[in-house]
Design a protein around this ligand. Structure first.
Ligand SMILES: [Zn+2]
Length: 205
């Protein structure tokens, strides 16, 4: 940075990027946008309440995302188990599976089992596990009675917050079914999952 002369404008700072990290640049850009027009900037969606129920440390890999890997996808699952039985699985070191979050059918209660910085084993694809957040939903793919209003609302609020936190586009290229993970032999969340409704709720944040 120059020692003399007028202070650099935000624009020149943005152009040069001198000494600014990506986060600072993003912040500067946000601030510039906020001051540029009279439309209020969209606030990042807040996380809904979540409850820490740790998975067995044998069932995920400690990491330092998004530094180690970018977080680019949210993978939507259905458990094919009850919530309590799925908790037992995530806490059983022999099972070698986990998820970041699981949403309960009756009331939309959200358990968190693995920190977002760590790699949960949910997608059956190492590359996608590395780059995604997994959200399980209590129920069965062939019985939509499990997919309650409370579950959709709670899960969509969570997905919106995750997307805002990691700058993941809120579209179906980035919010994907487990069945859409390359190489997946799973069918969840299945054709009875109401994607149109879900994405609309995600969009509303
Ligand atoms: Zn799945």
């Amino acid at each position: 940075m120059e020692a003399h002369g007028p202070a650099p404008t935000r624009r020149t700072l943005l152009r040069s990027g001198a000494g600014l990290g990506a986060a600072a640049l993003a912040l500067a850009a946000t601030t510039a946008t906020a001051h540029a027009g009279d439309r209020r900037p969209r606030r990042a969606a807040a996380y809904p309440p979540t409850h820490w129920i740790p998975a067995s440390t044998s069932n995920y890999r400690v990491s330092s995302r998004p530094t180690a890997y970018p977080i680019e996808f949210v993978v939507i699952h259905v458990t094919q188990e009850t919530f309590p039985d799925a908790v037992k699985i995530f806490q059983d070191p022999a099972r070698q599976v986990s998820t970041h979050y699981m949403v309960a059918s009756a009331d939309g209660y959200i358990g968190q089992f693995v920190r977002e910085k760590d790699v949960a084993w949910h997608a059956g694809n190492k590359d996608y596990n590395n780059r995604s957040i997994g959200i399980e939903h209590e129920g069965w793919v062939d019985d939509p009675a499990w997919f309650t209003d409370e579950m959709y609302a709670s899960s969509a609020a969570l997905t919106a917050a995750v997307c805002d936190r990691f700058a993941i586009p809120k579209d179906r290229d980035h919010i994907i079914a487990h069945s859409e993970v390359p190489g997946s032999d799973h069918t969840d969340p299945g054709p009875l999952w109401d994607w149109d409704r879900y994405m609309e709720l995600v969009d509303q944040g």
